[in-house]
Design a protein around this ligand. Sequence first.
Ligand code: FES
Ligand code: FES
Length: 266
Amino acid sequence: MSAENVDDAKKNSKISRRNFVVGVGAGVIVAAIAGAGAESMLKKATILPVTSTETGPTSTVTGPTTTVTGPTTTKTSTVTGPTSTVTNTVTSTVTTTPTPVVAPPTYGELMTLNVNGADYSVYADYRWTLLDVIRDKLNLGGTKRWCDNGECGSCTVLIGGKPILSCMTLAVEAQGKSILTIEGVRPPAPNAGTTLNYIQQAFVDNDGTQCGFCTPGIIMETTALLAANPHPTSQQVKDALSGNLCRCGCYPQILNSVLAAAKVGP
Ligand code: FES
Ligand code: FES
C-alpha cells in the first residue's frame, strides 16, 4: 500500500494504527503462507506420481440364440446293373426199357426154335442173329455177346452137336435144328438141374474160370470136343479151343480143366 492509500485509509477509517498494522501484517503473513502453500503444492504436484486406474464398465452382450433347422432330405439310390441271362442246361439221362423192335411182316416171320430140348415160337426178323433171339427174345443170358463179330467164341452154342458162333448165325437158319446153350448143359437125370455136370465141375476144381465171361463158350466147345473125342491130347484141346479167347488169361487152367474132365468122364 502506498503512502497515499495509507493516508486515505486513515482518513476514511476509524481503525487504529496498530490494528491496521496488525491487519496488514496479518494479510502479508496470510499471503505469504498462501504463497508458500501454493508453491509447496506446486512442488508436490510436480513430484508426486500420478497413478490412474480406469476401469471401464463390463459389458456382456448376449445375443439371441438362433437354431436353424434345415429341411430333411431323403436320398434314394436305385442302381440298375446290366441284365444277365443265365441259361442252365440240364442234361438228364432217362433209362427206359427199350421197346421191342417189331419188324414189318415182309422182313420177318414166326419161327420155331428148339432150344435145350424145348420148342419156342418167336417172331423174328430175318436179319436177327441166333444170339439176338437167344438173349433178347428167349431171355437165356448164359450165352455171352463180347465181340459180336465172330472173333472171341464167347457166343458159342451147339447146333446138332456142333459148335457154332451164334453171333454169326441167323436165327432163321436155326429153325428145325436142335440148339444147345449153356443153360442146357446139365448132368443126366436124376441130378439134372441140381448139380454141375462133369465138365463144369472140372473147371471149378481146376480154377478154369476167373471172371467167367468166356466160360460158357469154352464149356460149349469142350462139350462138343469130348462128345466127339472123349480122350483128347493137350494139343487137340488147344486146337479145339483156339477160337475161344479169355481176357483173364486163364489158358493153362482151362487146358487142365478140360483134361481133368476127360479123365473123369460123364
Ligand atoms: S460174340 Fe460171337 S464170336 Fe465174339
Ligand atoms: S475167365 Fe475171364 S474171360 Fe475168361
